[in-house]
Design a binder for this molecule. Structure first.
Ligand code: SF4
Length: 253
């Protein structure tokens, strides 16, 4: 028979909420976040290997729903077989599919790659255009891909690249409440000066790979902790597994 005196369940950890702050205060905090990221990841740049705007455009199309490491494994063969937009525009669908198969959604991606190359040849003289409006007319190219190419290759700040890392971390940081990439981008463009747009997302993506990892963020090692409300995560120390308070408790004997 179970005892009436059974131990009461441990209290549920409190979940962190977004702070109440003005837009001006949030903009100042965002700039401070950008400063810490700049100090921590000074040389962060795009992880997709490329030697030209055309190559980065192709690699970014392949990176949808796929890791950069996997993309970097298939692009050497792709660029060797099809070194120019003209060559890729004339490629056979099945040959491109075979090369990009391991990146997932390979039929759609091969289709987009050939369509993108044909668009470059037919409408842009075989060159990658330097405007977001032109780039997004190419098959497989959305705002994110266009921002990656314009910012990384041409140094043009057309917007802020928002991928899964940027989506996750900007919500944790309470820089946005949105999950939609375009809405997040608009929020970040209001909070950051244009000069920060390109580097901010490169650095945040590195941070997402190294420290603020999905489902297991290393908050106690994170240089952003003093600036981060950790929205949606349990309060540090309450779960007993993480955080400075927990670390202090376990060190006290
Ligand atoms: S403090 Fe935690 S949640 Fe906030 S950015 Fe750092 S690792 Fe991510």
């Amino acid at each position: 028979m179970r005892s009436e005196m059974s131990t009461s369940p441990s209290p549920k950890p409190r979940i962190c909420k977004a702070p109440r702050e003005s837009q001006a205060a949030r903009a100042t905090r965002t700039l401070n976040v950008a400063g810490v990221l700049a100090d921590t990841y000074a040389n962060a740049t795009c992880a997709l290997r490329h030697n030209s705007a055309f190559q980065l455009l192709a690699a970014t199309i392949l990176s949808a729903q796929c890791t950069d490491e996997r993309v970097n494994m298939v692009t050497p063969e792709l660029f060797r077989e099809y070194p120019t937009p003209q060559a890729l525009a004339e490629a056979r669908q099945e040959d491109v599919e075979r090369i990009v198969q391991s990146t997932g959604f390979f039929r759609a991606k091969a289709n987009s790659l050939r369509g993108m190359a044909q668009g470059l040849v037919e409408r842009f003289d075989g060159k990658v255009p330097r405007s977001l409006e032109d780039l997004v007319t190419l098959p497989g190219v959305g705002r994110k891909t266009a921002n990656v190419v314009l910012g990384t290759v041409y140094g043009i700040a057309s917007g802020v690249v928002v991928d899964t890392h940027v989506t996750r971390i900007t919500n944790l940081l309470a820089l946005t409440t949105h999950r939609d990439a375009v809405k997040i981008e608009l929020d970040l463009m209001k909070l950051l000066p244009e000069t920060e747009w390109v580097d901010f997302s490169h650095r945040l993506i590195h941070h997402g790979r190294k420290i603020c990892i999905a489902r297991r963020p290393k908050c106690t090692e994170c240089p952003l902790l003093p600036l981060c409300p950790r929205v949606g995560l349990p309060e540090l120390g309450v779960t007993g597994s993480d955080g400075p308070a927990a670390a202090k408790k376990t060190s006290k004997k």
